[in-house]
Design a protein around this ligand. Structure first.
Ligand SMILES: Cc1cc2nc3c(=O)[nH]c(=O)nc-3n(C[C@H](O)[C@H](O)[C@H](O)COP(=O)(O)OP(=O)(O)OC[C@H]3O[C@@H](n4cnc5c(N)ncnc54)[C@H](O)[C@@H]3O)c2cc1C
Length: 495
């Protein structure tokens, strides 16, 4: 037999073994849990496979298991290991990396949808949620008690996914800091143990989970601290077109001085929808949780400095505001996020903004193409909490500006072109920021990276933290189940 034939033969046998393993895994789940194991061809399978925000993640697992309790998760983890089946774990499905939370026919997806319980404590200071809860549902629930959570802004993202990604990062991070929403996390380890991770209980695991992704366990429950904010002035607004100079200046000023007004915050989203207009629009969200109708601290985003041309600030609850959006993913949309940071400087933001839009101008004719280039001014309060976090986020990382690119397009045939142009654009942005001595800064936010940024993400947490992340992984998952059997997501073992 030729070498080529023997390699092909080996590949085929391995594929057959893998397919037998996944079939056995699905059969075992279906036998014990027929009501929560779903196969292709059923409505529920389609719903779960296509639950996520972007169609690049609709990978078509052999079957989908939707546990209802920690015991169900324990059974599934045992089954996956017994049959050596690869699997994926999905919460809100908002991470636009194809295999971060789904898997192809070689594996099984565990969808946390059924774990949707929410229970506030008697004193309303904490809320306990199941691992399938999403932010819009949580905010709406908390509204009833006159409190909210330090979570994400808009988006139908999962609570647990955002915590594991190092967040959440939203409006209230400007008052309370980023990544301190979780008080404790309950999870099932690869060996089947159900443990609680918190500052007091398995603190090393708790430390690693916030920002450490899906490397350690399956989270089944989270206890979050609530914040005593019952309503706020919130605005989904636009400043129109042609205002880049003042918009960028206002972003810089907020990063430099926003900490003086912790109840105010801003997320800037510059948008280009070439099918509608050749102009870039300057949009964003404004937030003010202080008393009264005057949003102190947002003077640089309102008239006369930067007059709003569409939308306004209205007093509402987080639940009402965030549930006004239609979160159904645009049919068939392909999407990525790309993460970038710079110093808190208008010059840096100008370099990043100009270079991005200049470099991607050629994508105007790509079907369904649109993009947002978000600018997030970062004050020292955002990066102050929690101290000593796994991401090494701290006082050296602020003031700063963070940016998220989020292009959308329609057809897989355009993937190579869109991704190639973005790769060149980002190389250029980094080169120019670096030449100007204005960035990029070290912090990487696992929640908002592009797949190609995985190799640099954990490395950016610093050698000491990476060693600790690996040691914690070794301690809680010595057989590398969440490394080898869960192929999607950033892996600390390979960083
Ligand atoms: C429209 C939109 C708006 C967004 N806005 C914000 C924002 O304002 N602020 C912010 O911080 N982020 C924001 N994000 C980013 C989002 O919060 C992160 O991508 C987050 O990781 C998504 O969590 P998820 O549960 O929805 O993701 P999923 O895609 O379900 O999961 C993400 C990762 O977590 C792992 N995981 C999920 N559940 C578990 C579990 N129970 N146990 C173990 N591993 C698990 C998955 O395997 C996967 O690797 C936004 C995203 C979108 C699409």
């Amino acid at each position: 037999m030729s070498f080529r034939k023997s390699i092909l033969g080996l590949a085929t046998s391995l594929a057959i073994v893998a397919s037998a393993a996944v079939d056995d895994g699905c059969d075992a789940l279906a036998t014990s849990y027929p009501d929560i194991t779903f196969f292709p061809g059923t409505e529920r399978y389609k719903y779960e496979n296509e639950y996520s925000w972007t169609s690049t993640t609709y990978l078509g697992p052999s079957c989908i298991f939707a546990p209802q309790s920690a015991e169900d998760v324990q059974f599934a983890l045992h089954t996956f290991q017994k049959h050596e089946v690869k699997f994926a774990i999905r919460c809100g499905g908002a991470m636009p990396i194809d295999n971060a939370a789904n898997i192809g026919s070689e594996g099984i997806m565990m969808a946390m949808t059924n774990m949707s319980s929410m229970a506030i404590s008697d004193d309303s200071k904490t809320v306990t949620i199941g691992a399938g809860v999403t932010w819009p549902a949580l905010y709406a629930y908390l509204d009833q008690f006159g409190v909210t959570a330090n979570g994400i802004r808009s988006g139908n993202g999962g609570v647990v996914g955002a915590i594991l990604g190092g967040g959440p990062f939203g409006f209230m991070a400007y008052e309370f800091g980023m990544s301190n929403a979780a008080k404790s996390l309950e999870c099932v380890l690869a060996d089947g143990r159900l443990v609680t991770a918190s500052a007091d209980d398995h603190p090393d695991l708790f430390w690693a989970l916030v920002g450490g992704g899906n490397n350690y366990c399956v989270v089944t429950k989270a206890v979050l601290n609530t914040v005593p904010i019952s309503s706020a002035l919130i605005g989904t607004v636009s400043w129109g077109t042609g205002v880049s100079d003042q918009y960028i200046k206002s972003v810089e000023q907020f990063a430099l001085h926003g900490a003086e007004y912790p109840k105010a915050s801003f997320e800037g989203q510059t948008r280009w929808v070439p099918s509608r207009s050749s102009e870039i629009s300057f949009d964003g969200y404004l937030w003010y949780s202080g008393e009264g109708d005057v949003p102190h601290g947002l003077e640089n985003f309102t008239a006369p400095v930067l007059p709003i041309t569409r939308g306004n600030l209205t007093r509402t609850t987080m639940g009402n505001w965030t549930n006004e959006f239609n979160y159904a993913p645009p049919l068939g949309t392909r999407a990525i996020f790309h993460w970038l940071t710079s110093a808190a400087s208008a010059e840096a933001a100008r370099i990043a903004f100009d270079t991005y839009y200049e470099s991607i101008a050629s994508l105007a004719d790509v079907e369904g193409f649109s993009t947002a280039f978000s600018m997030l001014p970062i004050t020292p309060i955002v990066t102050a909490a929690p101290a000593g976090n796994a991401m090494a986020l701290g006082s050296d990382d602020s003031p700063a500006i963070w940016y998220v690119e989020s292009p959308l397009w329609s057809n897989p045939e355009d993937d190579e072109r869109v991704l190639g142009v973005h790769a060149e654009a980002n190389a250029k942005i980094r080169e120019r920021l670096s030449a100007a001595g204005l960035g990029p800064l070290p912090f990487m936010y696992l929640s908002d990276i592009q797949k190609t940024q995985i190799p640099e993400t954990f490395a950016a947490y610093g050698a000491r933290n990476l060693r600790k992340l690996k040691a914690v992984r070794n301690k809680y998952d010595p057989d590398r189940v969440f490394t080898e059997l869960v192929p999607g997501g950033a892996k600390v073992a390979y960083a």
